[in-house]
Design a protein around this ligand. Structure first.
Ligand code: HEC
Ligand code: HEC
Length: 368
């Protein structure tokens, strides 16, 4: 089946389940959600203690917000009715990169278990007891250019010219934009956050302009200043062997497999003849790689990728894991008779940590 046909069928099917009224409703509210599970007494006790221990410092003893670092209120109606569970749970669990809000889930080094983060989310909800709105997860469409003008005229004193947050949350924060849906953002702009400096804009700005700002903020999800990666051309087979005229490096392998970053760097400096394989996914080769390496992802079809690599040249593979993908690839090459093979012990991150150089894909407007 063609891609187009599949897509058309898929969209067709989705439309059978969503009524046109819902698709075109002005405020995209789709009713209410049933209340989440109730905490047991013990769970509520632990959650309350966790809140005081970990959160009250900034969000305030009574969840009123703004005790420190402009931490938002965790009891405003508009947040609690639109944010439970995930818009509360995710910042709590993973934090917002580059702001005072850190991640509290043990998985990222925080003090709370997964169950405790869920319980604290529901505890915050139980303290206020508003109904949870069911908001659409569809994108909010708008005129991004116009949205930027309205944003600059109305929002920058508190949220910053670059969405960095001055006395209010950083609206351009990429973690926040990754977690918050368009409707969640729009709901906040329309209704404000009760008992905080964030006033409702639904009577000050037109519905269309609120959509425009929402679309403008969404357009910043990959960064306030757009950075376009220009993909580097992949090396061709004639470029596979580095220092074609050089001598063989004659490596002395550890455990018949490994060489250190120092040994590899010395061989590159001495212009030895080698092939360097970057066994990671090719997109990260585009970000940064050891000069002269060829993208040779661990998942590629070996018969295709290996063509063009001579059997008598020293091959060194590396990855970032620090060795799993490189080990895997080299073992497969050895099975095919490539015996002059080795793996970089520390991986590319170890190589970089030791101060050895890497190349990266070109980023528009950024000089190396
Ligand atoms: C007077 C200062 C001020 C102005 C002006 C202002 N805000 Fe806010 N805004 C805040 C504060 C403070 C908060 C956090 C409130 C809280 O929950 O405690 C906030 C919260 C928000 C949030 C919710 C963020 C989140 O992660 O929950 C959004 C979205 C937002 N503002 C958008 C806007 C937009 C768009 C404008 C302009 C149209 C604007 N604000 C103007 C102070 C302001
Ligand atoms: C060191 C101060 C600090 C502590 C401690 C802290 N926070 Fe925050 N929190 C912040 C700040 C600042 C923000 C807003 C960041 C931004 O978007 O600019 C925030 C944002 C949030 C948000 C997003 C709210 C919204 O309106 O979108 C939630 C939810 C949250 N914090 C929950 C918690 C919980 C739960 C705890 C305790 C486990 C906690 N925070 C501890 C400073 C803190």
């Amino acid at each position: 089946m063609s891609f187009f046909l599949k897509n058309t069928l898929l969209i067709g099917c989705l439309l059978c389940f969503i009524s046109p009224m819902e698709l075109f409703a002005q405020d995209h509210k789709l009713g209410t959600l049933s209340p989440p599970r109730k905490l047991t007494e013990d769970q509520a006790k632990v959650a309350s203690a966790n809140y005081q221990k970990y959160c009250s410092l900034c969000h305030g003893v009574d969840r009123q917000g703004h005790a420190n670092d402009h931490a938002p209120s965790l009891r405003s109606k508009s947040l609690m009715e639109s944010g439970v569970a995930h818009q509360i749970l995710r910042p709590m669990s993973y934090g917002r990169k580059g702001t005072a809000m850190g991640g509290y889930l043990d998985e990222v080094g925080g003090p709370m278990t997964l169950d405790e983060t869920w319980d604290l989310t529901y505890w915050l909800y139980e303290q206020v007891g508003y109904e949870r709105l069911k908001l659409s997860t569809n994108p909010v469409h708008g005129d991004i250019k116009r949205g930027e003008q309205v944003y600059l005229a109305n929002c920058t004193t508190c949220h910053g010219v670059n969405g960095e947050g001055v006395t209010a949350p950083a609206l351009g924060n990429q973690t926040a934009l990754a977690h918050n849906t368009d409707e969640f953002i729009r709901h906040a702009i329309q209704n404000g956050r009760q008992d905080t400096p964030m006033l409702p804009f639904k009577d000050k700005l037109s519905a269309q302009d609120i959509n425009n700002i929402t679309a403008f903020l969404r357009s910043k999800a990959l960064g306030w200043i757009e950075q376009k990666t220009i993909l580097k051309a992949l090396p061709t087979p004639e470029e596979y062997v580095i220092n074609k005229e050089g001598d063989d490096p004659n490596f002395d392998l550890q455990d018949s497999m490994y060489i250190s970053s120092e040994v590899l760097f010395a061989a590159l400096q001495a212009k030895k003849r080698m092939v360097l394989l970057d066994t990671r996914v090719t997109s990260v080769w585009q970000n940064a790689h050891i000069e002269g390496s060829i993208p040779f992802p661990y998942y590629a079809d070996l018969d295709e990728t290996v063509a063009g690599i001579p059997k008598d040249v020293q091959i060194i593979a590396y990855c970032s894991c620090p060795r799993a993908a490189a080990d895997y690839t080299i073992k497969k090459l050895r099975d095919r008779g490539y015996t002059r093979t080795a793996v970089l012990w520390e991986g590319v991150f170890g190589w970089m940590n030791k101060g050895f150089p890497v190349m990266r894909g070109d980023i528009e407007g950024v000089a190396d």
